[in-house]
Design a binder for this molecule. Structure first.
Ligand code: SF4
Length: 331
């Protein structure tokens, strides 16, 4: 039930709240220990804000973020500090998230010292060397600076920075989207190997459907601050059920020309509406090719259609059975 609403302020000194951006608007999901949950959606759908809310990097307006029975959303800041090392983040832009003036040892040991990991500098150095080896970087990386590494290596440093704090959960925000395609697979394989070895739990936020499919056990699709579909990765890609997911999938080219020619195409019209003024009822109704009058007034709940495949659409069953005509998106 997590909500993150940002106030929109106006006035000479921005002291008048004139509305709220509903960046995340009541999202409920569960990430099982040792698994990977992939969160997809267009930019601006709230997936990164949700990831940041889990880490309390943004204020949570309403709802709970429960880790092993503790609601992090209600923890006072000093108690949250104890949990911080258990939840880490790997950022999209490895260069932008690494201080260019610090060498790698300094970058990696900073958080360790703050969280009391390693009794002294020597102990911390040994641990950093072991982690660098784990992520495939040479030991001499310690004394080098971020600009001396390639994009892929910098992302390995970002992963090492998360790992030195011995986390249980890592939130990966677009972990490979800034990398060349040839390097993306290496970093994804590394994340998978580390998960197996260390029993890590991942929340992977990405817009690239192929990346999410490859790495995730469960996938959630977000649209305009809400979760509209959730299923196991296999089920979601085999049979997407929400019209928005269908449209996202149909935009991905298929290498086989025969399949490509025959498959259903769903083109979305119009832009993503503003989260400061979301549409009434189903938020997707202004762009949905199957929308009916009911869609403009009644917000659909995320309901289980069987085997944990959850869909937020009034007509998901009829659309799946081919019993509902398309309206072209007009209500
Ligand atoms: Fe489309 Fe209506 Fe389903 Fe929303 S509830 S996805 S508008 S058919």
């Amino acid at each position: 039930g997590v909500k993150v609403h940002f106030p929109v302020k106006k006035g000479v000194i921005f002291d008048r709240v004139v509305g709220h951006v509903h960046a995340v608007d009541g999202v409920s999901l569960k990430v099982e220990a040792g698994q990977t949950y992939g969160l997809v959606g267009e930019s601006g759908c709230g997936k990164t804000t949700l990831g940041r809310a889990v880490l309390r990097l943004v204020d949570i307006t309403e709802g709970e973020v429960v880790l092993d029975g503790t609601d992090l959303a209600k923890l006072p800041p000093e108690e949250m500090r104890r949990f911080r090392s258990r939840l880490q983040m790997v950022f999209q832009d490895p260069l932008g998230s690494l201080n260019p003036r610090q060498n790698i040892e300094s970058i990696l040991s900073e958080g360790m010292a703050a969280h009391g990991i390693g009794a002294n500098r020597e102990e911390r150095r040994e641990k950093i060397k072991a982690i660098l080896a784990k992520v495939g970087l040479p030991a001499d990386a310690l004394s080098r600076y971020p600009h001396e590494f390639s994009g892929g290596q910098r992302q390995r440093i970002g992963i090492a920075r998360a790992l030195v704090l011995e986390p249980d959960v890592i939130i990966c925000d677009e972990p490979v989207s800034a990398l060349d395609v040839s390097i993306q697979a290496q970093v994804i394989n590394l994340l998978e190997d580390l998960q197996e070895e260390l029993g890590l739990t991942y929340l992977v936020i990405a817009h690239d459907l192929a990346v999410v499919r490859h790495i995730s056990d469960v996938v959630g699709v977000m649209y305009l601050g809400a979760l509209v579909e959730e299923a196991s990765s296999d089920a979601l890609y085999a049979e997407p059920r929400h019209p928005y997911t269908k449209a996202l999938m149909s935009a991905v080219p298929v290498p086989d020309p025969e399949v490509e020619e025959k498959r259903e195409r769903i083109l979305l019209t119009g832009d993503l509406p503003s989260p400061a003024d979301p549409p009434s009822g189903c938020r997707f109704h202004t762009r949905c090719p199957w929308a009916r009058e009911r869609c403009a007034t009644e917000r659909p709940e995320l309901l289980d259609m069987g085997d944990g495949h959850r869909v937020a659409c009034h007509f998901a069953s009829e659309i799946a059975a081919g019993e509902l005509e398309r309206t072209g998106g007009e209500v």
